[in-house]
Ligand binder design. Structure first.
Ligand code: TRP
Length: 336
């Protein structure tokens, strides 16, 4: 038996921020040696809302480079671009035809995003979770590490796989592997710098609300200087009236690698004027090696291209085999 297989992905919409890193990618890195990993950049998902063709390719490469910069190790992982492996689109179509419409209409993320889009909402946005199911099921993934917000999409993926198996498989020969969700603990939930009750998000209109992994030090200084705090002296975790305080202490704790108790004791007597420079230095120091590695990766001509070419080949071999299995089960003729 080989190692259990992991699949996950990030959309190439803007740069990764601290929330993406601490909530997802750092966990992929920490566990990677125990699994056979597939990490994709889900560019087909990025066009489910209006996008800019002038930046899509560049943003896609930036995310792949950031995977490497954050410590994804090619000895344990395959890094690839979703649109480079056509089986993703093709399986999504097959799954579309067995997924009841009302399963998709129930999706919370669709309902939330659709409200924001008004009349212009695309069929693709509704169909987004079926494409995500295809991403996962093509690789016979055992585990799918994602944030809490993706839980409903993973349950849908399981329901789709079970339905395919029920309708087209045999008891002793399921067509698709039913994956286990691996929802990340709330501990690493990083909140917005401008509102401690909202998640740090790529789609927040204010760049001051998030720290991008590629923000230069002066930008980090500025954002932490301007971030929302409160007028209370003395800093403490877990006060429901002080969400910003809890978030900033949590960030400091994770990035400085200390225990919660140590941070609580160190920061209890501090005011914001003393804490903010400490947090700033810690964030800058934590991001420095990631930024250095990122620039090495993107500046070495051909390096990333080679990785993505190899990634596509490895991914395609697995994905095409699954696609064929599904097409056989559904009764398609094989091209001669
Ligand atoms: N929907 C995921 C998100 O926004 C991204 C994603 C697409 C994904 N396909 C996936 C995550 C497959 C895990 C597995 O975070």
């Amino acid at each position: 038996m080989g190692k259990p297989r992991v699949l996950s992905g990030v959309q190439p919409t803007g740069n990764l921020h601290l929330g993406n890193y601490l909530g997802a990618i750092r966990n992929w890195v920490d566990g990677q040696a125990n699994f056979e990993n597939f990490f994709c950049v889900v560019d087909l998902h990025a066009i489910t809302v209006p996008h800019d063709p002038a930046t899509l390719a560049q943003d896609t490469r930036a995310i792949a480079a950031l995977y490497l910069a954050c410590g994804i190790d090619l000895n344990h992982a395959t890094i690839f671009v979703q649109s480079h492996v056509s089986a993703h689109s093709e399986l999504a179509w097959l799954l579309n035809c067995i997924t009841p419409l009302n399963w998709l209409e129930r999706m919370i993320q669709f309902k939330e995003k659709a409200v924001k889009q008004g009349e212009n909402v695309s069929v693709g946005l509704l169909d987004y979770p079926v494409l995500m199911a295809a991403d996962i099921l093509l690789y016979d993934a055992d585990r799918v590490p994602v944030g809490e917000d993706q839980k409903q999409h993973l349950e849908l993926t399981r329901d789709i796989a079970l339905r395919v198996n029920h309708q087209y498989g045999r008891e002793d020969a399921p067509v698709l592997k039913v994956p286990e969700p691996a929802i990340q603990k709330a501990g690493a939930r990083v909140m917005s710098l401008t509102d401690g009750t909202k998640k740090m998000s790529k789609s927040d209109p204010s760049p001051l609300s998030r720290i991008s992994l590629l923000d230069p030090p002066d930008e980090i200084v500025k954002k932490i200087k301007k971030c929302k705090t409160d007028p209370v002296r003395g800093l403490a975790f877990d006060n429901p009236d002080r969400p910003e305080c809890n978030n900033l202490l949590g960030l400091y704790q994770i990035l400085s690698g200390q225990t919660k108790e140590a941070v609580a004791a160190e920061c209890a007597p501090m005011g914001w004027g003393q804490f903010k420079p400490l947090l700033t230095d810690t964030v800058v120091a934590a991001l420095e090696p990631i930024q250095t590695k990122y620039h090495e990766v993107v500046n070495e001509t051909g390096y990333l291209d080679g990785i993505l070419r190899q990634g596509r080949e490895t991914a395609e071999a697995v994905a095409d085999a699954t696609l064929l299995r599904v097409k056989d089960a559904l009764g398609f003729s094989r091209p001669l």
